[in-house]
Design a protein around this ligand. Structure first.
Ligand SMILES: Cc1cc2nc3c(=O)[nH]c(=O)nc-3n(C[C@H](O)[C@H](O)[C@H](O)COP(=O)(O)OP(=O)(O)OC[C@H]3O[C@@H](n4cnc5c(N)ncnc54)[C@H](O)[C@@H]3O)c2cc1C
Length: 211
């Protein structure tokens, strides 16, 4: 579990910067948002700024502003593997809520903000198999890829075909399974600063048991 602290930074006038420069709709930007609302353990002080990222353009826009004004960025998914201090988080917290579920031939493309359980259910509805063992992990696809989450003998590494991510300069990169160097609750994305945006996974048609 990771402890989110980012408390030493500055008095950057983030609100003013966002109001002047951001193309993101005003109502999507929350100030002093209690992080206890966004973590499984229901603890944690306020995020100076909290934005739920629902599209790629908003993400790029915020990363560009953060870079220009040196605003610290903290990424979260479903908040099931983080602890936030009572002092809260300075800078901007981005909750990755990118949604996508697209089946084409044997490949499924999934947004990083989709919950694992939701994807397992969507696949099941289409008689597709692959996420059953992982379905109880209470995180997003992005959070799970980063640490190669696993359950019942299956890990994210077993379902990843390709991962798309963006770095803090706004440059997109695609990673193959091998490039991610998955290990036990580990991948290179734990060390490298990338925000996971999409997963391509290969699935099978579920075999129906004969009665
Ligand atoms: C009751 C319970 C049961 C659990 N069971 C299991 C289990 O069976 N197996 C298991 O492996 N884990 C388990 N976990 C741990 C947790 O659910 C997983 O680690 C999950 O993958 C975290 O995903 P999240 O979206 O909640 O990430 P968060 O907790 O929001 O974030 C965790 C880390 O991932 C980073 N992150 C999140 N999204 C992205 C993204 N899109 N791009 C880049 N970085 C990102 C964050 O910056 C942070 O460092 C469990 C946790 C709880 C509370």
């Amino acid at each position: 579990m990771q402890s989110e602290k980012n408390l030493n930074n500055s008095n950057i006038p983030i609100k003013e910067i966002l109001e002047k420069n951001s193309a993101i709709e005003k109502q999507k930007i929350l100030y002093n948002e209690p992080m206890k609302k966004h973590t499984t353990f229901k603890i944690g002080g306020p995020a100076e700024v909290f934005i739920k990222i629902e599209n790629f353009e908003d993400l790029k826009n915020i990363l560009k502003l953060a870079k220009s004004y040196q605003i610290p960025i903290t990424i979260i998914g479903n908040g099931s593997n983080i602890l936030v201090l009572d002092e809260g988080i300075k800078g901007i917290v981005l909750q990755i809520n990118l949604k996508k579920f697209e089946v084409e031939d044997e490949i499924v493309t999934v947004g990083a903000g989709e919950k694992i359980g939701t994807i397992a259910q969507k696949l099941l509805k289409q008689n597709l198999s692959g996420f059953e063992e992982l379905s109880g992990i209470p995180g997003t696809i992005g959070g799970a890829i980063r640490i190669n989450a696993g359950a019942y003998g299956k890990e994210m590494k077993d379902v990843v075909l390709e991962v798309t991510a963006i770095d803090y300069n706004g440059t997109e990169k695609k990673f193959t399974n091998e490039q991610l160097k998955f290990g036990y609750r580990n991948s290179i994305l734990k060390e490298q600063k990338y925000i996971i945006t999409r997963l391509k996974t290969k699935i099978r048609t579920k075999q129906r048991k004969k009665q």
